[in-house]
Every structure is written in structure tokens, then in C-alpha cells.
Design a protein around this ligand. Sequence first.
Ligand code: ACO
Length: 321
Amino acid sequence: MIYARVAGTGSFLPGKPITNDDLVARGIETSDEWIAERTGIRMRHLAEPDVTASQLAYEASVRAIEAAGCQPSDIDLIIVATSTPDYIFPSTAALLQARLGITNGGAVFDLQAVCTGFAYALATAEKFIRSGSNKRALVVGAEVFSRILDWNDRGTCVLFGDGAGAVVLEASARPGILATALHADGSHSPILSVPGQINRGVVIGDPFLRMDGQAVFKFAVKVLGEVAREVVEQAGLTMGDVDWLIPHQANMRILQATGKRLGVPMEKVIATVAQHGNTSAASIPLALDLAVRDGRVQRGQKLLLEGVGGGFTWGAVLLEF
Ligand code: ACO
């Protein structure tokens, strides 16, 4: 039996943290109190204008590859989950591959499932590895959401941050990923979208993130509960067997409501939203790497990673670390 096992993790946040008060100082009509109370967010990192998703992905990947004890040339599959790619094409994954100095390598592609992107990418990489076609995948979530925020819309611009997280997933005889579940319902696309495009060199529509916050909240809590139960059941386990719940970091209140629904105490939920804000596809691997490096996550523990995002998409990966 071939399993897909996490061999190493890495992450990267650009620049210094920008606090809620820093946003007020930049002229946004908000307050630390409003943001912290409604979302739990205290700060976020924002990339300089010339820093791209592939650069953040590179920094996170170098750390993950080092932690896995392998070389870039050992990687035979790269999947980058992002909604803020460097270019229309080539893919951010191809640009990352070049930055890593890998030539004549295996498949590389970007995956677009917004905030569920990393769960989708990890589940996809697992299929490649379990099929025997690939041995070592680099799976990355990298975002520069600051590029698609309307800084005049205080209801959204205070929520997001930039960053990247990565894992090296390798073929192993020891259990790694135990169960995956991916879902989508495109009929909910209007509640969270960037409804613009470039057509003949001109931006058509709205190039900024638009959101119905309350609708997103309700939908997120419902599906995060459902999909967590689904993977636990699929693996023949119970929620009590899960050592750490590592959800997409949208909002502290969503994390709390999800934990409550699942009967998982907050001490078993990895929460980084206060420090990172919502980094979309980067949020799960950023949280995972932080908890690995600070010693909370240990080898042999069971981790439940889950996300929800635009599309709407949602998904979960249950793994033995
Ligand atoms: N600072 C101060 N006041 C604000 C701000 C702000 N940053 N933003 C909005 N307000 C004001 C509004 O103008 C409004 O004022 P009014 O009553 O005078 O009209 C008031 O606050 C309430 O606005 P609402 O939009 O109704 O605020 P709500 O209580 O719904 O909170 C929030 C908004 C925090 C976004 C909430 O809906 C939420 O948590 N939604 C979840 C969505 C989420 O986390 N999305 C992340 C992306 S999606 C994903 O990752 C899956």
C-alpha cells in the first residue's frame, strides 16, 4: 500500500506585521476594537507591491524542502493553490519550479479553489502519489490578496493578509493522508467573488474582492462541520481521535463556531487568524507549519485540515503526521 505522507512543512510571511491601528493610521475608517471583536484579527502581513505569490511560495518551499531533508531536484510534482497568481500564464507553479532551479521536472500546475485551495491541492497530490505516478510533491498555498482588495471597502480590506505555506508530500509505506473529501456548489458564487476580467488589455467588471459577510459566515460554519465529520467517518475514526483541527483561518468566530459544532475544544484548534488575518489558500499550511515549528504538532498525531472558500468550495484532509 502506498501512502502519501507529509515529510516537511514551511511557511513565509512578508515584511513586518501591520496592526489594526496601523490600518487606522493609513486612513481606513475602522478601529482595532471593531476588527478584533468581529473577527479576532489583530494584525496581518502585506507584501510590497513588487513581491509576487511565486516569491512567497519560493521562500515557504525552501523551508519545507529543508524540513523534508530532500533536494529541489527530488520534487516530481508541484501544485500551487492560489487566487492571486503572478501572471495569467505561465502558472505560479512553473515560476516556482524555475526559482527552485528544477529543470526538466515533473508536472507543475496551479489550482484555483480560493480559500479551499490548499485542501484541494493536498488531496489532488495525494491521488498522484497513491497512484504510483509520482514520488514527491511540493504542495503550496501562496497569496497576495492585498492586490485584489478594495482599500476603500472597510468591510473587506481589514480581513485579509499575504503569505505562503508549503508541504512536501512523499510516497511512504507508513500511513499519512487517511481520508479526503472535496466539494463545491457553484450556485453560491455571488456571495464571495472577484467579478472582473482582463479583455483586450482592459479590466472588464470589478477587479476587487466582494463579499456578503453574513452569508459567507453561515455557509462556512455549516460545511466545515459537515466535511470534518465526513473525513473522520471515512477513516473509521471519531472526532475524539483528532489531535489537532487546523481550519482555514477566515475569522475567529467561524473557528469557534466550527469547534463547538464538532465538539472540539479550542485548545485543540490551531488558530493563527489573530496574527495573519485571512491568507486564503495560504492559511492552512501557514497554521500547520507554525504549529509544527512551535512543537504543538508532533509526529504520529492525527490532524484534520479543512477549508471553505469562493466557488463555493469546501474540503478536508485527515492525516497522520
Ligand atoms: N470597521 C468599522 N466598522 C465597519 C467595518 C470596519 N472594518 N466594516 C463594516 N463596518 C460597519 C458597517 O458599515 C456597518 O455599519 P452600519 O451598521 O452603520 O451600517 C456595521 O459595521 C455592520 O456591518 P456588517 O457588514 O453587517 O458587519 P457584520 O456584523 O456582518 O460583520 C464581518 C462583518 C466581520 C465580515 C462578518 O460578516 C463576518 O465575520 N463574516 C464572515 C466572512 C469572512 O470571514 N470572510 C472571509 C473571507 S471568506 C472565507 O475565507 C471563506
